[in-house]
Design a protein around this ligand. Sequence first.
Ligand SMILES: [Zn+2]
Ligand SMILES: [Zn+2]
Length: 415
Amino acid sequence: MGDHMILQSADVIKEIVSTIDDAKDELRLLSLEIFNNPELIFKEYKGCKLLSDWLENRGWTVNRGVYGLETAFEAKFSVLEGGRTVCFNAEYDALPGMGHACGHNLIATSSLASAIALETILKNHQIPGTIVVMGTPGEESGGGKWIMATNGAWKGFDACVMTHGMRNFSTPLCLTKASWKVRVRFHGLAAHAATAPWKGRNACDAIVQAYSAIAMLRQHLEKGHSIQGCILEAGKASNIVPDYAEGLFSIRAPTMKKLDELKPRFEPIFKAAADATGCTVELEWTALYEDVVSNNTLAEQYRDYMVQHLGVEPEQMPTLEESRVLYDQPGCSDFGSCSYICPGIQAMFSINATDFPHSIGFREASSGEFAHQEALRAGQANALVCLDVLTNDKFAEEMKKEFIEAMKEAGRWEA
Ligand SMILES: [Zn+2]
Ligand SMILES: [Zn+2]
């Protein structure tokens, strides 16, 4: 979409901004309640209850424990019949030993802000449409959204957006890699290592062989591909042939298509190492993080609202092209899975932290007033972008067309 334009009137933009402004103290309390009660992967009972109860008390229809996860929820609000459906994802999980050092309390608040602003507009102007807040637990190492996606979440939605805090820069795009973790278990046979070694089958040898073969494979990887790993266990005593060895590995590539090419070069290594040593091997693939496919139509609109109406200086919000050069990062986000189901963006807003996410500096900034204001501003922009999706057929069509093309290119389009 070359000729972007603001689709909402100045009055509607004002209404969205003031709805969120009016709720800012209440949203701050929710944010701090989550921040002060950090909960880990798939145990976010308080966060799930807090947010879903809050929406239910506003008259939203809430389902808890959805799409295979006990601490997930789906809250819906509809006005009139028909209309399109837009979704805001709320995260609320923390990091082990670090609390909210990824600022997921801000993601939750930003999405609630968008949701109530849109609720107000749809009600006041009798605009048909459905708003969804999806509570998505276990982003950190759990691949929560991937699990939810495999259980049918986001199907049939027209768009899904969210935001994430960032150290000291903002961007309308989030560029991430695809990655997949595997837990590997080799089973051998114990024997006395000195008196009867021929009776043993050495699981330590198996995992060392696999580890070495992976190191050799690394030389032949494409740019942007990588493999990480460690051996967790490989025996207990030098006079016993180790009958068990275990390791954790992950593979990364720029896209799912590329990851699917890397996987068949990586996976046979373990079987070969098992065969060579007379052991057996089990692979447990867990927590797939698909790359985020950002919808440019949505991202450009997000930037336009930020720069033209929400007071962000153009130089503080890079264009899509600039973002791709400046902020292509090796990290992952489980929002990727969502972005393969419907058009979406995960914009980043600066929280002015001294360090990147997963640091003490980032945690400190995540509870501050500045971060809260920026989360709300990002929420205003996302509300406006989603209102465009609900009210403008041409915009919605462009967004959808771009999504279909991206999915065809990724080999993921199912008509
Ligand atoms: Zn994180
Ligand atoms: Zn995060």
